[in-house]
Design a protein around this ligand. Structure first.
Ligand code: SF4
Length: 354
């Protein structure tokens, strides 16, 4: 980062914060921002009047414990290969994890994209392959595309355990829980898909600004500067810092692909509970690719991880270090909850960067 440029942005933040005259609480919704803030050492250079609060934007972390337990049930089946992104494999279940199941012989594989899972299914038509669909509007279109490909190529042994989430209803839920937030740094990559207009109604209803922000430290600093200036000027609205990628209207092609396969549905979140219209469910015409119906997965009673405060961390009610397990015994090597597992988790970021 250019030192002069960053000093100038920090001076803008300091000036606007002083003008507001109180602590400004900013929620960075996205786990990638949380890690960019830690990695860039940004907390150390921000004025005291800025409080950065991590939000519910880490996809692995917000996956409900019930979904984690049902994924474990899938891995227990001898006839299924479970494919997942790397972080999900280490998320603790109540008694075990996918990683431990794999060590005991279950066929669980880490893949880099859902396309890898689809190609695995294509290469082994005699074996069922299930991809664990975890993520927000950024990853869900790619997963929808694999379902469309499976259909057009006649790959009948591929399915998805879909627990995708939508970001704006989660932001609404955080506000309705009573969290005092003065502005949101919204995720640049999600905003590329949904467009900045998606935050406008929330922003106007609650009278707070949102700034779609990129992921370099300079982006985050500039996003914070813009947010604080909008707070100072009492200017709600949806704004874009990440102009090199976020366009008005978003990415219609990606969104249309998503909506061909999935419909908006209620979803259960860790910490935030059931949020109306905050997830994606298979449309009836794609039910054959839905792992839940395909394998007739049973309902699982609500469960939680003993002592883990990830739910409170995810809604900004506590800081990671306020959890009594933080650092001892819960560490990235010995995670007791998903927020310490994930590369986007707030506990992992705080542990790693302080
Ligand atoms: S420190 Fe560990 S146990 Fe505590 S909230 Fe974070 S992940 Fe959960």
């Amino acid at each position: 980062m250019d030192r002069q440029a960053s000093d100038a942005i920090i001076a803008r933040i300091a000036g606007a914060t002083e003008a507001v005259g109180r602590t400004i609480r900013i929620m960075e919704v996205c786990g990638t921002h949380t890690h960019a803030i830690g990695r860039g050492g940004l907390r150390a250079v921000l004025p005291k009047g800025i409080a950065l609060i991590s939000g519910p934007g880490c996809p692995v972390c917000v996956t409900s414990q019930r979904d984690v337990e049902r994924m474990l049930l899938l891995a227990d089946r001898g006839d299924v290969t479970v494919c997942t992104f790397g972080d999900m494999i280490r998320v603790p279940g109540v008694t075990t994890s996918l990683e431990r199941r794999r060590a005991n012989g279950a066929d669980v594989r880490v893949v880099y994209s859902p396309t890898d899972a689809l190609e695995l299914a294509a290469s082994r038509p005699e074996r069922e392959v299930v991809f664990l669909g975890v993520g927000f509007e950024t990853t869900a279109p790619g997963i929808a595309a694999t379902v469309l490909q499976a259909q057009s190529r006649g790959i009948a042994n591929y399915s998805v355990y879909a627990c995708h989430k939508l970001i704006v209803p989660a932001m609404e839920a955080v506000l309705s829980e009573g969290s005092r937030i003065d502005g949101f740094l919204t995720p640049g990559h999600v905003s590329v898909i949904i467009g900045p207009e998606a935050y406008e109604a929330l922003s106007q209803t609650h009278g707070i600004p949102c700034v779609a922000t990129g992921f370099e430290p300079t982006d985050v600093l500039e996003g914070i500067a813009q947010l604080v200036e909008h707070v100072r000027d009492r200017r709600p609205g949806s704004f874009v810092q990440y102009r090199r990628a976020v366009r008005p209207g978003g990415n219609r092609r990606a969104w249309d692909t998503l909506m061909r396969v999935f419909a908006i549905a209620d979803a259960e979140w860790r910490g935030l509970g059931n949020i109306p219209e905050s997830g994606l469910a298979f449309r009836p015409e794609f039910a054959a690719y839905d792992a839940v119906t395909r394998f007739d997965l049973p309902e699982v009673a609500p469960v939680s991880l003993a002592g883990c405060r990830c739910g409170d961390v995810l809604k900004g009610a506590i800081e990671p270090q306020e959890c009594p397990h933080f650092g001892r015994p819960c560490t990235p090597r010995n995670p007791l909850g998903p927020c310490m597992v994930s590369s986007e988790g707030s506990c992992a970021a705080r542990y790693k960067y302080g």
